[in-house]
Design a protein around this ligand. Structure first.
Ligand SMILES: NC(=O)c1ccc[n+]([C@@H]2O[C@H](COP(=O)([O-])OP(=O)(O)OC[C@H]3O[C@@H](n4cnc5c(N)ncnc54)[C@H](O)[C@@H]3O)[C@@H](O)[C@H]2O)c1
Length: 298
């Protein structure tokens, strides 16, 4: 498919990632339809996107006219059928295999046969996900893995499976460039390139905290000031979402069977307690909206 054939992009899930992808797609001039589970989640997602544009106008980075044009490109829905006219659909529901398989089965029902269909999964096999689709649709599928926060992070991993056609990969490379990002081709192996290396590192930092090697603030300062990382690993885990971190670790541990991919019990306990990081207001740190506050007690 030629990139000029993509007019409208569908996004399933308007959480942390879906909202970011919807934002940059609208900014790049695409029509965007975001599908959510229920009205409160949809309202939260749309408010999150609008807040980004309002902030950009306040800071003088965007004109009000631009922000209005972007808003007009964005449409929210609770109906699968509303995605029927999209030429590209990106799935960004939580990192739970059964949920994603259900999502792809629904999409298979409503999308045109040649719609490009991608998952933003961090760790689940794209081949396994796309196996629920009919064989005619499979050449139009691939992984499209954005990074958090989407508007700021320049990389997108494009995951080519044995099922993806060359035309699909080329169209996705063009799409990624159109939204101002740099594509890299990654294998369909758990964690692809970046999370294969990043996740064991984050889990190790959490294990260090669990074993009282140092305080939350000192572990983060160590990596920030000693290694030049833009944020420490506990801060980053809060930022990603501790629930997402557990889900990704579980998939990778299942795939590789190596202890370095095993979610530490401290991480699991925080999730069980509803401390999911930035999105719930508390994780390794306390959060007030987007603002990181002091380390939370453990
Ligand atoms: N958080 C990160 O840093 C990050 C980075 C890259 C990729 N990812 C991947 O992106 C995906 C989404 O992660 P997230 O952090 O945005 O999660 P999130 O929990 O913030 O958002 C997921 C959204 O999906 C919605 N949803 C659930 N079921 C749905 C359905 N049937 N239809 C429509 N919407 C539905 C939820 O209501 C929620 O708003 C996951 O696969 C995750 O692994 C996450």
């Amino acid at each position: 498919m030629d990139i000029s054939a993509i007019n409208t992009v569908g996004i399933v899930g308007c959480g942390l990632m879906g909202a970011g992808i919807a934002q940059i797609a609208a900014e790049a001039g695409f029509g965007v339809v975001v599908k959510e589970l229920d009205q409160p989640a949809l309202d939260r997602g749309l408010v999150r996107i609008q807040a980004q544009w309002d902030k950009a106008v306040l800071k003088g980075k965007r004109s009000q006219q631009d922000a209005d044009i972007f808003s007009a490109k964005l449409q929210g829905t609770l109906q699968w059928s509303a995605l029927g006219d999209c030429e590209l659909v990106i799935e960004a529901v939580p990192e739970i295999l059964s949920l994603k398989l259900k999502t792809f089965a629904e999409l298979d029902r409503v999308l045109a046969p040649s719609t490009l269909l991608c998952s933003n999964t961090s760790s689940i096999s794209i081949t396994e996900l796309m196996a629920v689709l009919g064989p005619d649709r499979q050449p139009f599928t691939a992984g499209l893995h954005f990074f958090n926060p989407v508007p700021a992070m320049p990389l997108v991993e494009i995951i080519r499976t044995v099922l993806s056609s060359s035309g699909t990969i080329e169209a996705l490379q063009d799409f990624v460039k159109r939204v101002g990002k740099t594509p890299v081709l990654a294998p369909d192996a758990p964690g692809f390139i970046v999370n294969r290396l990043l996740v064991p590192f984050l889990l190790d930092a959490i294990r260090c905290r669990e074993q009282h090697l140092a305080s939350t603030a000192d572990i983060d300062s160590g990596l920030k000031l000693g290694c030049g990382h833009p944020m420490g690993p506990l801060h980053l885990s809060d930022f990603i979402g501790l629930d997402t971190t557990v889900n990704v670790a579980d998939v990778m541990f299942e795939a590789f069977g190596e202890a370095r991919f095993k979610a530490p019990s401290l991480l699991k306990q925080l999730v069980a307690a509803g401390r999911l990081g930035r999105k719930s207001g508390s994780g390794f740190y306390r959060w007030e909206g987007e603002q990181r506050m002091e380390p939370a007690s453990l």
